[in-house]
Write a protein that binds this ligand. Sequence first.
Ligand code: PMP
Length: 457
Amino acid sequence: MTVFGNQAVRDIETVLHPYTNLATHRDTGPLMLERGQGVFVYDTTGKDYIEGMAGLWCLSLGHGNEELIEAATSQMRRLSFAHLFNGKSHDPAVELAETLKGLVPVPTSKVFFCNSGSEANDTQVKLVRYMNNALGRPEKKKIVARDKAYHGVTVASASLTGLAANHADFDLPIPGILRTACPHYYRGAQEGESEDDFATRLAAELESLIEAEGPETVAAFIAEPVMGAGGVVVPPASYFPKIQAVCDKYDLYVISDEVICGFGRTGRMFGCETLGFRPDSISVAKALSSAYIPIAAVTIPEAMYEAMLVESRKIGTFGHGLTYSGHPVASAVALKTLEIYARERIVEKVAAKASQFQAHLRRLADHPLVGNARGLGLVGGIEMVADKATKQGFDPKKGVGARCVAFAEQEGLIVRALANDTVSLCPPLIISPEEIDELFARLDRALARTQEWLRKG
Ligand code: PMP
């Protein structure tokens, strides 16, 4: 039996952990982190770990960035809080909205601020409904999301999410969400099907779904450019252009969930630029503030804003908003984050470092445990399998991915296990070439220990 220190006992007795196996947590206890610097984080014993997941795909500038700390404290001193309700405003929110409008690759009229990716995507669902009511087509409301998608955990965003654990026992999804296939070529392709044929089939499936539902009832399509929590799924190059054509044909409002991909992760500023599609709106969060403080945003195109304006003239107040929409401190930190991305040419540097990072991933594809290694820019995943030839996975009860993550932790690397024993990697964008080598050296050791553990049965 594990004997826990005082801090661990206090944690077990008081904190309900998100995304944690509540039963095993009582036996394993928490990993108590204390401080961080750059891409390293240290636990309460002083042991160092590489932030292989940038926290939760978010800590793009790493720990301890003094400029961000200064941006927060000076804004707290100037104006600690102000809201945007009833037409009130403040400089940090206005400046951030202007900056985002200039940065996003989609024509944008207004920016709506939230605190989390879930809230941003819930807002997207509500805005699609609001717009179509305003346009006098109340039947056009259904939203298509993909199997294995991750769009959040609030009631509507969890319904968009396509993972069983987010639905089971929560009585989700809500009605009006349609599900289409995940573009996971390794798992989803039929015998002998090329990547392009696979993409063509998925686009045809989307079209059949829309036709079966009635195109007049289908309003929107939402997608992550590279799927994150669903297993770091990088679609074939022709997937999004083909999907976009279907969305255009049926007048679907296309939403790019850039909560992970936004701000350089894939080597371009936004994932939709890398993957080749033209959304009507994007959701951003996480790296918008380099995770130093919660903030998220939704972009609103002119046509949607015009419709909302007409509706507002009829019914009055636009009845949606969060106390902390456009919080001045969060806005100031986000503005500084965007300034650093531009000044330090962070996105260009990601593109330069990506080849080294992706070469390590490709090398891992030769490992006996790795069935598929995939990624783009500075995000990647390795899918572990029992049999490389047949792609047969391990019995989920064995917990091979979780075991590998535990070994990685012992080796000083924080990574995450996703479905199908896929271990994901998403380091801070500021990671140096030497630190990339060190990250993979630690992962190599974790894989070797996993192999040894499996060998011993
Ligand atoms: N969308 C995507 C693509 C995400 O990865 C996440 C979080 N991992 C969310 C939405 C939800 O964001 P949050 O946890 O901030 O609500």
